[in-house]
Write a protein that binds this ligand. Structure first.
Ligand SMILES: NC(=O)c1ccc[n+]([C@@H]2O[C@H](COP(=O)([O-])OP(=O)(O)OC[C@H]3O[C@@H](n4cnc5c(N)ncnc54)[C@H](OP(=O)(O)O)[C@@H]3O)[C@@H](O)[C@H]2O)c1
Length: 199
């Protein structure tokens, strides 16, 4: 398959790119400043140029989306706006604009995260936007068939425990290698509209 991976230089993105490469797929990596091609998917003009450059693919992967963690009384409207535009709207627009660039039975796999189903202190922005991404995926799935769409919703990564571990007391972390297998299930499997929770 020809697969485009947005956020391929990140922790999750690197693991997905490695696994899909080992599976023999042809990967195009994207980031704002990293990857084979550089585009910001939160900018619609850049997104249009990205599709023009990349052409047709069999699978679209997103492992991008920055969100601020802070107590609710410290989060600003700008923080929520940024979380919305980077994590939700950017991924929605990747799908919307990608519909004509994905093969008839191709797939989209987005990323969310555990706070939408299991909230923790300082993660209201993350919980909100992750829930929105998951709702979008469930709703889009019934309209874009036979193309498929799923979302991988991981716990805190083992590789991110130094940065985020204190926000997730008692949570089982997930290795990014296992996150990559969640993406593999979505890309090579048959499911659609699924929130793939990990671990
Ligand atoms: N870390 C965790 O423990 C954890 C747990 C659950 C869920 N998640 C979610 O998983 C996703 C990836 O997390 P991560 O820790 O792997 O992140 P990361 O290491 O910061 O990597 C993010 C990657 O996405 C690219 N990127 C970001 N915004 C972009 C944009 N607008 N357009 C194009 N590329 C963009 C970045 O490259 P450039 O800098 O070159 O743009 C970078 O390669 C995030 O949505 C995060 O919320 C993370």
């Amino acid at each position: 398959m020809r697969i485009i991976v947005v956020g391929a230089a990140g922790k999750a993105g690197r693991a997905v790119t490695q696994l899909m490469g080992e599976r023999g797929h042809d990967i195009i990596t994207v980031g704002r400043t990293t990857g084979d091609v550089q585009y910001d998917i939160s900018d619609e003009a850049q997104l249009a140029r990205m599709w023009q450059h990349v052409g047709q693919v069999d699978a679209v992967v997103s492992a991008a989306g920055d969100v601020t963690y802070a107590p609710i009384d410290e989060l600003t409207s700008d923080d929520f706006n940024a979380a919305w535009s980077q994590k939700v709207l950017a991924q929605i627009n990747l799908v919307r604009t990608g519909l004509d660039h994905v093969s008839p039975r191709g797939s989209f796999t987005l990323i969310s995260g555990v706070p939408s189903r299991d909230p923790v202190i300082s993660a209201t922005a993350a919980a909100t936007v992750n829930g929105a991404v998951e709702a979008f995926v469930r709703a889009a799935a019934i309209e874009i068939a036979p193309r498929r769409i799923n979302v991988v919703s991981p716990s805190v990564f083992t590789e991110s425990l130094d940065d985020f571990g204190d926000f997730f007391p008692g949570f089982a972390p997930v290795d990014v290698a296992d996150v990559a297998r969640g993406f593999q299930k979505a890309i090579e499997g048959a499911s659609t509209g699924e929130v793939i929770t990990l671990p």
